[in-house]
Design a protein around this ligand. Sequence first.
Ligand code: NAI
Ligand code: MG
Length: 501
Amino acid sequence: MTHSCRVSHQYFVKQIKMNMQYDGPTKLFINGEFVESKSGKRFKVIQPSTEKTICEVSEADLQDVNDAVDAAEEALSGKWKTMGATGRRDVLLRLADLWEKESEELAKLESFNNGSPINLSMYITKDLVNEWRYNAGWADKIEGRVVQSCKNDLHVYTRREPIGVCGMIVPWNLPLWCLVVKLAPCLAMGNTVVVKPSELTPLTALKLAEMFTRVGLPRGVYNVVPGYGPTAGAAIASHMRIRKVAFTGSTLIGRTVMEAAAKSNLKIVQLELGGKSPMVVFPDVDVEEAVKLSQFAVFNNNGQLCTAGSRTFVHSKIYDEFVQKASKAMSQHVVGDPMDPKNTLGPLINKVQLQKVNKYIQTGKQEGAKLLGGGDEYKGQGYFVNPTVFANVKPDMTIAKEEIFGPVQSIIKFDDEKTVIKLCNESEYGLAAAVLTNDIGTVFRLSSSLQAGTVWVNTYHETLAQGEFGGYKQSGIGREGGPSGVEGWTLCKTVIVKSKL
Ligand code: NAI
Ligand code: MG
């Protein structure tokens, strides 16, 4: 520990006030009903801030995934089809209303299960109302095209049709967000779905099942099969009757999912993977504000965001001032019970992630980065880690290259624009990037040169239902949100009509 001892274990002695009793669903949801898994197996769901067991949930494997696919396939041609686009729109709008009413409860359950700071979960669940309504609105607005055929006797038009049964494999860091950005457009376009939430955070996807029942979603349209990746997840990725799989998680498993899709039925693959997103701070900005934003970029959700701004490039003219202020700003972050709105950082999701992040911090020290604060291991209950800031980071150090997925900031000095663009783009990741400047020319040059699916200017972590989100390079394939996100849940069919046989 260095001088910034205000961010220290004193924060960990906070009482974990949250002892919410969980009495929600704990079984698989297949064909409109909560059912036990065929194997009868169950797995424990742990609260990361206390390491206590919240409940046990039925564990799906291949047999259950098969049942869910049967239900989803049948639902494609049933009531879901006859209710048509306006019917789908109305169900999704009713869900949006119910979601709005219950968003606080959803947020609490989310934070309880995954350790996201409650303020963040509240913000996200409330914002997801827009995601539901935006996509519900698309249900009755999707259009094909009339082609002005160059062959006179042919009348040609295209239709946008549902893909069929779709699979979703979602992670634990933002379970609801990662699910809804896929699910809302998928259902709006008339597909049916089999969802595998992370084995670490299955509770909100199951609560959603209950909510769908209340708003009259036909049975079999939304199925949930909680379970492990190599069993339930792999069963989805390689299923012969699932026609698209959307995955959010590590690049490693994204590759596995794509391979399984290729080896089975060539299902469409949508991947939202990791990142090592750069933020470039130019010398014309308010340094104090820039420091705050840079730490929000990397500490938000305890650093467990695919978009985490984990490489902070700072211009040499303001570097020393920035580093000094970054060290001071660290003391503003308060680690503790994620259910207490005063705390800005909660725990990591589990021991594996905690060990992984601690190891990166050790590597940062060993490779010669200068630790400004944090970096000390927490030995008590809960998977907590102090926010950690490294200065004097060199672009080839491990902490500047690999996705850490924890609250670890790496501050790197740069001298000129051309070099910093090159350094930003050296990564195989390309999910997001940010530019902090008041110079419009710099904004245009950087935003067009940075290889990233999202470029934020003077802000960070903003996403919206109308905007496309996704990765360049190994950060992913396909887009979530916006018109491309909607279209991605359809197949285009061309109809060619000859006026006479
Ligand atoms: P993961 O990629 O293993 O897990 C994500 C989802 O994939 C979970 O639902 C999991 O059950 C499922 N899965 C695992 N193996 C599978 C398989 N063989 N077939 C199909 N599905 C499978 O992520 P993990 O292990 O929890 O975290 C490891 C690292 O991944 C993190 O440290 C972080 O760097 C990255 N990550 C990135 C996320 C993002 O938002 N892009 C989200 C979660 C993790
Ligand atoms: Mg994994």
